[in-house]
Design a protein around this ligand. Structure first.
Ligand SMILES: Cc1ncc(COP(=O)(O)O)c(C=O)c1O
Length: 454
């Protein structure tokens, strides 16, 4: 099964009509008449896709792309993995929905999850999108300790419902992305970005102790002293694949324990193998109290999960955590098959090995290119930060947009984020194709550097 996708990837990338081609343009214009609110990924490159297989995406003009995005961190085992697709198809024909009654595949999935997750992270409820899982997690936190305030971090992203947006940035420039106000009782604090730290030691390295001191002061001075949970992404996806220094989460866990605050790790983007671990938090041996999974969890089938420690299971009863579609047989089949594929194809190891090779290549690119300020990431959650000047570190979003578009035109489907270019290849990707993707990115960077006279 391991090489099921290789034949379809033989001749990628293959551009036969300069993209976005005529049929993409026609289809995009036609849908725009009825549909708005598109992501920057689409607005900056409005191509329309008709097929995906493994690491290959085909657009409606017949162009074939190397996928460095997995949709948007979603189709992590490659598009249309046969085992996942067959599992969904079987249950689509057998039993699509039975509310939250138990069924055979749900039983198997719950046992499997308890097996792969650390500690006693084994009390679960299922949803159909990451936002709903996060929202339920916020309610569960309040039910666990009876407190009501939340602390989240600058530039984290947790979804687009009222609770979830209140854990994130409200505006960019003068644009209210999610609405002009945050719900009461939600606060934001800085977290360490190794390239742009708020708190530094005399030698210039990050001072994680000062972050903890600041949190203590902030809780005392800026909240009602009723903080239920710290809500964080283990690694910031939308902010540009930013990982904290290795001592941050162990210190934060201790801080939370000392202050009777729950640690809520939103693993919707970073979890389920993307960084070479089931849980991104495993990199730091920290077991959170509350976890959310999504995106990779069902390899494209909408299935997400809220998981709390066994000792907090009653909170899921208290908040009446179930939903109409959560944990339906197709969804559970997709999630179970996805976990089994990761095990059977040894994909955690693949992500670690190929991710390391990618990082080495990116570090070489950083040394050779004047506009690459920083490269970052773990496994297949990677980013390249573009700056106007390596000394001032001034962000270079104009270059970010052009590099994204140029590489896409060459046949690389991937993800923009202002001045940070984001990569999220399917976990099945081997080193040959990983380097091919980085070649396309490097070509695009070189062209943009010339354009801006570097
Ligand atoms: C960390 C994180 N949490 C939650 C969400 C929301 O997930 P969804 O878009 O499935 O609602 C996202 C989506 O990008 C995310 O990255």
């Amino acid at each position: 099964m391991k090489d099921w996708w290789k034949e379809s990837a033989i001749d990628i990338p293959k551009i036969i009509k300069a993209p976005p081609g005529p049929e993409s343009n026609r289809m995009h214009t036609s849908t725009q008449r009825y549909m708005r609110g598109l992501s920057s990924q689409v607005q900056l490159f409005p191509v329309c896709f008709k097929e995906g297989h493994g690491i290959t995406l085909t657009d409606v003009d017949g162009n074939r792309y190397l996928d460095f995005s997995s949709g948007i961190y979603v189709t992590s085992l490659g598009h249309s993995h046969p085992k996942v697709s067959e599992a969904v198809a079987h249950w689509a024909k057998t039993l699509m929905n039975c509310h939250d009654f138990t069924h055979p595949v749900k039983e198997k999935l719950l046992v499997k999850m308890a097996e792969i997750l650390p500690g006693k992270l084994n009390s679960v409820q299922f949803y159909s999108d990451g936002t709903s899982a996060v929202e339920a997690g916020l309610r569960a936190a309040r039910a666990i300790n009876g407190k009501h305030e939340f602390i989240s971090c600058y530039r984290d992203f947790h979804g687009k419902s009222m609770g979830a947006v209140s854990c994130a940035q409200m505006a960019r420039g003068d644009v209210f992305i999610y609405g002009p106000t945050r719900a009461p009782g939600f606060y934001m604090v800085p977290r360490p970005d190794p390239y742009r730290p708020h708190f530094k030691k005399a030698d210039g390295t990050i001072d994680t102790d000062r972050y903890m001191d600041f949190y203590a002061e902030f809780i005392k001075e800026g909240t009602a002293g009723n903080v239920t949970a710290f809500v964080l992404e283990p690694a910031q996806g939308w902010a540009g694949s930013i990982f904290p220094p290795d001592d941050f989460f162990p210190k934060l866990k201790k801080f939370c324990e000392k202050n009777n605050i729950l640690l809520f790790a939103d693993e919707v983007l970073a979890g389920m193998g993307r960084t070479g671990e089931w849980l991104c938090m495993n990199h730091w041996n920290v077991i959170p109290d509350i976890v959310t999974f999504g995106k990779s969890f069902g390899n494209g089938f909408p299935v997400t999960a809220l998981v709390v420690k066994e000792e907090y299971a009653a909170a899921l009863d208290k908040i009446s955590a179930s939903s109409s579609y959560g944990g339906n047989p197709m969804a559970c089949a997709a999630a179970l098959a996805s976990i089994e594929v990761i095990e059977e194809e040894n994909l955690l190891e693949n992500v670690r090995v190929v991710g390391k090779a990618m990082m080495q290549r990116m570090q070489k690119m950083q040394a050779e290119h004047p506009i690459i300020g920083h490269v970052k990431g773990k496994g297949f959650l990677l980013g390249i930060e573009l700056v106007k000047d390596k000394t001032t570190k001034e962000p270079f979003p104009e270059a970010g947009k052009l590099v994204y578009q140029k590489a896409f035109r060459k046949g690389l489907a991937w993800i923009p984020a202002g001045h940070i270019l984001r990569m999220s290849p399917p976990l099945i990707m081997d080193e040959h194709f990983a380097m091919m993707g980085l070649d396309l990115i490097e070509e695009a960077i070189t062209e943009v550097e010339k354009q801006f006279d570097y």
